[in-house]
Design a protein around this ligand. Structure first.
Ligand code: PMP
Length: 465
């Protein structure tokens, strides 16, 4: 028991051993099927037959064409570029989101001949040393700390950030960025680039205000830098309506990176930029990047997205889910905020709406209960680990959305009623008492003053007011 945490210390979390997966479902070693609300990697659905067949066939035909002309590469790159503005016309194929961001930094630095990088606080851009340096989520918790060439600006969180519920939040957050960049310039630092997710999933699915990026990109370019959109998580229609998250903001980045969804689980990623920026780099070479198997798989993914109208579906299913989750916010006092777009949604769990204090342990208990009782896999994100993040495969249906809503409602109702959560762990049932440690302390004090009668369970949040 610690802080205002829930008393879940006695619960042994059951590790999940996943052995296979299909569409939006994962199956464990006991044959139990779970609804996957997490995997933004199995973009068109786990083991989609068209993608599997494309990979198998290509693997049996040609795996590496290193140093020779490779038709599948040209075909795939052409197809991917069709989804981007004309000015973004040079594409590099690499093997991971980290590799893509590393190359993007190299491109920005070679083009501007500068080194410094502007990033969002709590951002994560990959696991290479170079990227840890520009990922506050990582370096803030490491001995190395922030390097001099990194300039951290606040992400525009209109729920929990410094400018909340403010119609002029975009302007105010950009003014804050301007202050930090001007300070850096005064210290003789030269900005090479700004890199961010446009919908900031890693910070807890932050959806910046509409005009934010227009203003911020102008500021960065005026300071001599280029703008990189990290679409490693948000690409290929994840955010609904558009193929890329940056399109929601009517801006065109100078460099776009993407990864996770491209290969539906096969390791492949891409960097796309302008001719001018690409020309500054000189030669580029990768052994596995753009190999025939990756390209065949990538091509199949794009075809499935098109054939199955997955971008339109993400928009429609996401809209319904967002609306229903918003009802949860009205009905449950621990649901502080519901936000997102398409199949990229976040539900922020708080101790109460007034204080907005993050409820980290409750978030963990909800995740666990959804898994154990409702067979739904969901994850927690954000700097306070209190944002339920919903990024399922794009074949997620309206029915799946309804199941998720019903399950979450049931779990939150149990919390509001302060009942215990019955959690099946392995072959035995374990009860998670949904009582915060502070509540427990209060109850103990009441008991001392008023006798055991005061220890009745509270029936709703109203009782607490
Ligand atoms: N950028 C973002 C926004 C990410 O979320 C991640 C991975 N979670 C990466 C980059 C790194 O991608 P990878 O793990 O494929 O190297």
């Amino acid at each position: 028991m610690d802080g205002r945490g829930l008393c879940t210390h006695h619960v042994v979390t059951a590790p999940l051993k996943i052995v296979r997966a299909q569409k939006q479902y994962m199956i464990d070693s006991m044959g139990v099927q779970y609804l996957d609300c997490v995997s933004n990697i199995a973009h068109v659905g786990h083991c989609h037959p068209q993608v599997v067949t494309a990979g198998k066939n290509q693997m049996a035909t040609l795996v590496s064409a290193q140093g020779f002309m490779n038709d599948s590469l040209n075909k795939y790159v052409k197809q991917l570029l069709n989804y981007l503005p004309d000015v973004l016309c040079v594409c590099y194929l690499v093997n991971s989101g980290s590799e893509a961001n590393d190359l993007a930094l190299r491109l920005a630095r070679s083009y501007t001949n500068r080194k410094d990088v502007v990033v969002f606080d709590e951002a994560y851009h990959g696991n290479l040393g170079n990227l840890i340096d520009i990922s506050p989520k990582m370096f803030k918790r490491m001995a190395q700390g922030k390097k001099d060439f990194v300039h951290v600006i606040p992400y525009p969180d209109t729920y929990r950030g410094m400018y909340r519920d403010d119609p002029r939040a975009a302007e105010k957050y950009v003014m804050e960025a301007e202050r930090i960049i001007s300070q850096a310039t005064r210290n003789n630092r030269n900005i090479s680039c700004f890199i961010s997710e446009c919908i900031v999933v890693n910070c807890g699915v932050i959806v910046p205000p509409r005009n934010y990026y227009k203003l911020l990109y102008n500021l960065i370019r005026e300071a001599g830098g280029v703008c990189i959109a990290d679409e490693v998580q948000t690409a290929l229609g994840r955010t609904g309506e558009y193929f890329w998250a940056f399109e929601h903001y009517s801006v065109i980045p100078d460099i776009v990176t993407t990864g996770k969804p491209l290969g539906n689980g096969h390791p492949m990623a891409a960097v796309i930029t302008t001719r001018e920026i690409a020309d500054s780099l000189g030669e580029y070479y990768s052994t596995f990047g753009g190999n025939p198997v990756a390209c065949a798989i990538g091509m199949a993914v794009l075809e499935v997205i098109d054939n199955e109208k997955l971008v339109q579906s993400a928009k429609a299913v996401g809209k319904t889910l967002l609306e229903s989750l918003t009802q949860l916010k009205e009905r449950h006092s621990c649901v502080g905020d519901v936000r997102g777009t398409g199949l990229c949604l976040g539900v922020e769990i708080v101790e109460d709406k007034c204080s907005r204090k993050p409820a980290r342990e409750l978030t963990q208990a909800i995740i666990m209960s959804l898994k154990e009782e409702h067979r739904i896999l969901i994850q927690g994100q954000g700097p306070n680990h209190n944002v339920l993040t919903i990024t399922p495969p794009m074949c997620f249906t309206q029915l799946n959305a309804r199941s998720l809503y019903n399950a979450l409602d049931a779990v939150l109702t149990a919390y509001a009623n302060r009942s215990t959560l019955n959690v099946e762990v392995g072959s035995s049932m374990v009860q998670i008492p949904l009582v915060s440690s502070e509540d427990l302390r209060n109850l103990e004090e009441e008991e001392e003053v008023e006798g055991p009668e005061a220890k009745r369970p509270r029936t709703s949040y109203d009782d607490m007011d």
